[in-house]
Design a binder for this molecule. Sequence first.
Ligand code: SF4
Length: 404
Amino acid sequence: MVAVTTVLNETSNFVEPAPSALLLLGQDRDLASERGVECTGALPSPSDPDLVERARAAREALGDRAFVLGHHYQRDEVIDFADVTGDSFKLAQRAAARPEAEFVLFCGVHFMAESADILTSDAQQVVLPDMAAGCSMADMAEISQVEEAWAVLEDAGVAGDTVPVTYMNSTAAIKAFTGRHGGTVCTSSNAQVALRWAFDRVGGLDGTGKVLFMPDQHLGRNTAVLQLGMSLDDCVVFDPRKPGGGLTEAELRDARMILWRGHCSVHGRFSERNVTDIRAAVPDVNVLVHPECKHEVVTAADMVGSTEYIIKALDAAEPGSSWAIGTELNLVRRVARAHPDKQVHYLDSTVCFCSTMNRIDLPHLVWAMESLVEGRVVNRIVVDADDAHWARVALDQMLALPGI
Ligand code: SF4
């Protein structure tokens, strides 16, 4: 997410900040990263009056050769052309179940397209309409950092007693690391089952074994404390930017959940104060938040669940009931429109879209589809064979979890 700051106070002691080392989205400052990549073709203008018609024509021309996936957090203009909508794992599974689709256009972010490439056949090509659509959370765990962290656990003598569990929102390289070390992938819907499975491999919940949970510290903490009955003291945060993760060997030995220091830039914005304010403003409001929110937000809320859970909860809600939802704004707006008989509020007082999800817009989708019609595959996502193999091992382990 990109923060835009407006300077209101023009006092004379304002100091010009040093140039930021951060990459700017859409500017070609680091071609090795999806974050800095410009579109390689001529994008249609967003104001082209024929844009929707061009999208329809290209979609029709591609027919069953293409399958367009739309993540729940995508813009409406993109969702209008999606053959299926869902969370990242459901979308990857749906793509794998459509082997006749030669092209899978993934309207989501980079790690999702990687998972789709891993789960689809070699004959299918996955396209991400804008290569700058990364995920700030996934970017918070780089494979070199995770390998160094594992070495720290080995030095502390706890690696043999630790199972890695990685959230879907991670790069293919992190999923592959997890597969190589006997762990599993999880989603926000099945994190509890995945953690129980992982602890069972190292002596059970009452033992001394550990889980290294990546990259979202909040999902890991919320699941361990609220669903597995652990205490906050059982959790430590491994900061990859500090020597030894910022933890002593004794802290590592005593911990049960070693949480990677990562978070979602969208869900991390919600605060306990948002919950207090909405309760004061809207009597009898039901506060429903995503488990990527901070622990104090989740404990202050009435309900917590994945995007699919949020959609189902609103479908099942009583007419006339009031809701405040803490997740990405595109989804909340669509849920609100689908339920005009219910009062749906956005939990944050300021609006917040996922800026990287929003990189995918209609001009990029039209460009990608028209290129395919012309016989050019653009922005193809390909995971290298070894990573794909081991990431698949971790994904298959998730599918083999009890009750999944
Ligand atoms: S909403 Fe958060 S986790 Fe999802 S893609 Fe955006 S930054 Fe990543």
